[in-house]
Design a protein around this ligand. Sequence first.
Ligand code: FAQ
Length: 311
Amino acid sequence: EMGPEERAFQERIDAEIKIEAKNWMPDSYRKTLIRQISQHAHSEIVGMLPEGNWVTRAPTLKRKLQLMAKIQDEAGHGLYLYSAMETLGADRDEEIDKLHTGRAKYSSIFNYPTLNWADMGAVGWLVDGAAIVNQVPLQRTSYGPYARAMIRVCKEESFHQRQGYEILLHMMRHGTEAQQEMVQDAINRLWWPALMMFGPSDEHSPNSAQSMAWKIKRHTNDELRQRFIDQTIPQLEVLGCTVPDPDLKWNEETGHYDFGEIQWDEFNRVIQGHGPCNTERLNARRNAHENGAWVRAAAVAHAEKKQKAVA
Ligand code: FAQ
């Protein structure tokens, strides 16, 4: 049985009115949002690492500038998301500590290595492409601060997706045979992990039903995965590449692509901390945090000094 506060809350959601930080909300709605937004923020921050690997080896000055701009955008996304999370009463330091001690999740995709320059194209095209498909509906998520953060994030993700695709198109159209092979190799390695970004299949997604009822999520994991595949395959064909899935086939009847079975064992291993780069990623984050301690201390000292000068 819903109490009067909870009924008013659900009526607001049903009427498509955003929930704001000061509104009453069920504890479990707050917890779910803190979980999802913090994981999303951590993903943006950890997601800088696979690309950071290529900043010093970008093939031209322009490519380097584009890559640095993209990585800086991701830092910005992480920061807006941590701020949105704080409006729910969560503590940023505590949540970041959960990441650093392996108690918080972040997207599985960032636990795979980036082995050649084509990976920078494939990450932009496939990983940011998947992120957009997931995040466009989040612009209409029921919690106001999260929805508003997503508007700018989506604009920037579309630039990322386009720059990634352009890297691959350039390598396919103007590259040597070896460079064209690098593109296909990057797609072969990243295709299945990109599909896993949408999360477990609907029947194994414990959070979906409640998150849909609260309109935190607007579509199920499988719906968004299908949407991503349907819009990505035509782009793959323009590149002249293939995906490593012998079962991928256009289905005239459903109007969608059929595709093969995802290796859920691999997905579960990766989110439990045993993917190819989990240890490396967390070590890099912890080191960055420790090495940045003096910056945080200096910022606090500066703020205190300024406050004293005013008083
Ligand atoms: N990786 O019941 P569900 C980016 C967890 S884009 C790791 O279906 P839910 C941009 C899930 O948390 C990537 N864990 O869960 C970029 C839950 O665990 P918990 C970030 C995953 O929340 C591009 C459990 O499995 N985007 O960073 C994954 O309803 C390039 C059961 O799953 C977002 O986070 C996974 N792939 O649906 C940056 C988008 N999938 O907490 C740099 C916002 C599921 O119960 C470079 N998040 N899990 O222990 C969402 O839309 C949702 O949270 C889902 C999962 C769809 C990810």
